[in-house]
Design a protein around this ligand. Structure first.
Ligand SMILES: [Zn+2]
Length: 289
């Protein structure tokens, strides 16, 4: 009887041992596969943002952070993007411009659209501590061939202030090109009046025509509510500011040097002129100082 119990106990122990052994073998066989697949997934998750860089995610206004006190940021002023040796300070070499955009990209700057710039100034909310607004005056064809191309490459935004009487001129971009830029969401188009004349020297009626007609054309052509006026040659006075407000513009930019701040008159916003000769590092110094 005792022998029989002993034999049963030994068989039971061997059986348990075998079950345990196969269980462990099974675990070892399946575990590496699971680990491998998890690694692949996490590898993909980590590499996707690198191959498809997103600068700073464009958040809805609601999610922007409140800013204590007045908000300020630089509005950069550009004109033509072309290589030149004639000493014209309004022309920037596209290669130099690309270095500047690369600096903004590398340093994770948020580039505002017109709508966003107005939100920052009027609501005292900001999408980032590091932000700039890129503006281009007049509407040169090279803004389409160079600025649009480079901004797309670095996933940045900008605003072009167009002189509506330039439509059809060979040096300026066309309606189709304008629509293409607007549709892309990379560049938005705002007003630089109809004829680019010194507004402070005109009669009330002439100022109204310049401001209302250009806005009406842009509103209808681009199916938008044009918010921004850029004063030709930076010329304005209190009368011009008042007419701009009455014509329906939300704000206006000048050529007066300095940062734009939310506690200032929205119809005399300052800008930072970008002169030729600023490489990657020099441009960074202009933005951070
Ligand atoms: Zn101009």
């Amino acid at each position: 009887m005792k022998k029989w119990i002993w034999l049963l106990s030994i068989i039971l122990v061997i059986e348990l041992g075998l079950v345990g052994y196969f269980y462990v073998i099974k675990e070892f066989q399946t575990e590496p596969r699971q680990v491998a697949s998890t690694k692949v997934i996490s590898h993909i998750e980590k590499t996707v943002p690198k191959t498809n860089p997103v600068l700073i995610k464009k958040l809805p206004f609601k999610k922007w952070e409140d800013v204590e006190g007045p908000t300020s940021f630089p509005i950069l002023m550009y004109h033509s993007l072309m290589k030149s040796d004639d000493g014209n300070t309004l022309k920037i070499d596209p290669e130099e411009f690309e270095q500047q955009m690369k600096w903004l990209h590398d340093n994770q700057y948020y580039t505002l659209t017109t709508k966003e710039a107005y939100q920052v100034l009027s609501k005292n909310k900001a999408p980032s501590k590091k932000m700039v607004w890129l503006t281009f005056d007049d509407g040169y064809l090279n803004n389409y061939t160079e600025a649009f191309r480079i901004l797309k490459k670095y996933k940045l935004n900008g605003t072009i202030n167009y002189i509506t009487s330039k439509l059809g001129s060979s040096n300026y971009f066309s309606v189709e090109q304008m629509k293409e830029m607007k549709k892309s969401g990379v560049i938005d188009i705002q007003s630089h009046t109809v004829n680019h004349i010194n507004l402070d020297e005109q009669s009330d009626q002439q100022i109204k025509e310049e401001l209302i007609q250009s806005k009406k054309w842009l509103d209808e052509t681009l199916n938008q509510s044009t918010q921004l006026l850029c004063y030709p040659a930076g010329r304005y006075d209190e009368r011009v500011q008042l007419i701009a407000k009455e014509a329906g513009y939300d704000f206006a930019i000048t050529t007066d040097p300095g940062l734009a701040t939310s506690d200032e008159n929205f119809y005399s916003l300052k800008r930072v002129r970008i002169n030729p000769g600023l490489d990657y590092t020099a441009f960074g110094a202009v933005i951070t100082n």
